[in-house]
Design a binder for this molecule. Sequence first.
Ligand SMILES: [Fe+2]
Length: 173
Amino acid sequence: MARKNKSDEMPNAHLHELFVDELKDILGAERQLLKGLKKLSECAHSDTLKEAFKTHYKQTEGQIERLKSVFSSLDVTARGKKCKAMEGLLEEADEIMEEFQDSPEVLDAALISAAQKVEHYEIASYGCLVTYAKLMEHTEAEELLAATLAEEKETDVLLTEIAMDEANVEAVQ
Ligand SMILES: [Fe+2]
């Protein structure tokens, strides 16, 4: 139990443990999402949506690098763990792609819905991480995580715009 004794001596020890655990979860989630985004962009019908998924793929690669910087700012090895929530969200995305593959007009709306569920999970995760970093005064980590949180929110808004502009409009016709 040496580890426990050591962490008990640190201020915010339990919050720090939770913070690192959540960082590992989101690092795993981002890596899992790379595969998912590839499939989503291959499956998308509209060029705008395809492009949006490709752009977010690149952004996700950058977010993974940013997370590595967060780990190093804390002097913790950057190690991800399998994110069960992301696994479930991507499984549902797969199901939806299969179910609607023959109706391209509905498919894009379904893909946007799946992607927005992913974004909302990420927004919740990064939102909590920013708060934890702020509480523990990890300023560098806070800034890095806030930058990613802003990107996730922008992506969510962009997906809503695409849905309003084309995907859902086609789906109701
Ligand atoms: Fe992300």
